[in-house]
Design a binder for this molecule. Structure first.
Ligand SMILES: Nc1ncnc2c1ncn2[C@@H]1O[C@H](COP(=O)(O)OP(=O)(O)OP(=O)(O)O)[C@@H](O)[C@H]1O
Length: 323
């Protein structure tokens, strides 16, 4: 469905050249659901805009839905749907009419446009909203209308640029239910960008981690997490003296790497270590800390997250960058 080689896009800003996308190779097979995950400014939208023919690459190649984005942009556009970050729907139209008009714009005859509009409104639970003016829809309904507009011509490949940004958790979950249902019914290939870690983790079959315009990791969430060595085992103690003692006990007991003492204003110090199978070593660690008289306040074991993957690869946290 998608094959890029050395795809690159530079922007000239005054005298500076911003390398937004630096030679990425992406392969997406038919039917996959792939998330591009990365911090703000990583190059996700620019990549998507090149794949959807909205932006010309500076260099490199991209074949999307069977056609080259530079040589045959119109054919690429016919085979794909694109839901951008802003709202595609006009403001003063009724939702159902908006969708129908979009169908006509894609060259569907009136009957087909009417039928597909009805089907999509049903599928995305927008039936009751069809006669409402677009500005009167809720955020979730409006986003779903955008998605319906991207699907009216039944593309085999749908691009979604940050589909759930700005939605409340309930609407996000609802949107995902619809995207999942859509794939089951139509077999649509979906490529989306997100900076929600949990979204990429839970929903995507494959995650491409993008940073500074390059793909720095590519795999299932579990494969990526497998690159982080071990679980996080962390315990907090009342003061730094006990933290140092606790760190020593933990290192000796678990024969793991160095324990890190993390202090933050207004919080008790926390001792952190990475160990294989944190859940199985915890009883032994607790006994050792107890025997050594280290008073524990809290204890936690955390499986690696995609944020840990990003941290391991870049030394930075995606969460910090978002804040
Ligand atoms: N039209 C433009 N002119 C100049 N620089 C641009 C332009 N579009 C994007 N950039 C720059 O290219 C880089 C990548 O931007 P891009 O929007 O692709 O990132 P992103 O990962 O999609 O981020 P976000 O999550 O904020 O949308 C950024 O440094 C951005 O400032």
């Amino acid at each position: 469905m998608i094959r890029t080689r050395g795809l690159t896009r530079n922007f000239r800003v005054g005298k500076e050249v911003v390398e937004a996308v630096r030679g990425v190779d992406i392969d997406v097979a038919e039917g996959e659901l792939v998330a591009l995950l990365g911090p703000n400014g990583a190059g996700k939208s620019t990549t998507l805009r090149m794949l959807t023919t909205l932006l010309e690459p500076t260099s490199g190649t991209a074949v999307v839905a069977g056609h080259d984005v530079c040589a045959e942009p119109a054919r690429v556009r016919r085979g794909i749907g694109f839901v951008g970050q802003g709202h595609g729907a006009g403001d003063d139209q009724r939702a159902g009419e908006e969708l129908y008009t979009q169908g006509l714009l894609y060259g569907l005859d009136r009957r087909t446009a009417r039928r597909r509009s009805g089907e999509l409104l049903d599928m995305l639970e927008l039936g009751s909203a069809a006669d409402r003016v677009v500005t009167k829809l809720s955020g979730g309904q409006r986003r779903r209308l955008d998605i319906a507009m991207g699907l009216i011509h039944e593309p085999g490949l749908l691009f979604l640029d940050e589909p759930s940004t700005g939605l409340d958790p309930h609407s996000r979950a609802n949107l995902w239910e619809h995207i999942t249902g859509l794939r089951e019914r139509l077999g649509t290939t979906v490529v989306l960008t997100t900076h929600y870690l949990d979204e990429a983790d839970d929903m995507a079959e494959r995650v491409l981690v993008i940073d500074h315009g390059s793909v720095i990791a590519d795999g299932t969430a579990d494969e990526l997490k497998g690159k982080v060595s071990g679980d996080l085992v962390a315990f907090s103690v009342p003061d730094e003296e006990h933290a140092r003692a606790g760190a020593g006990v933990a290192e000796r007991t678990l024969s793991s790497g160095a324990a890190e003492v993390v202090t933050a204003p207004g919080r008790e110090p926390e001792v952190r270590l990475r160990v294989e199978r944190g859940d199985t070593v915890l009883p032994e660690l607790l006994r050792a800390l107890d025997s050594a008289g280290v008073p524990l306040l809290t204890v936690r074991v955390q499986r690696p997250t995609l944020d840990d993957v990003f941290l391991t690869l870049t030394g930075r946290s995606l969460r910090e960058e978002k804040a």
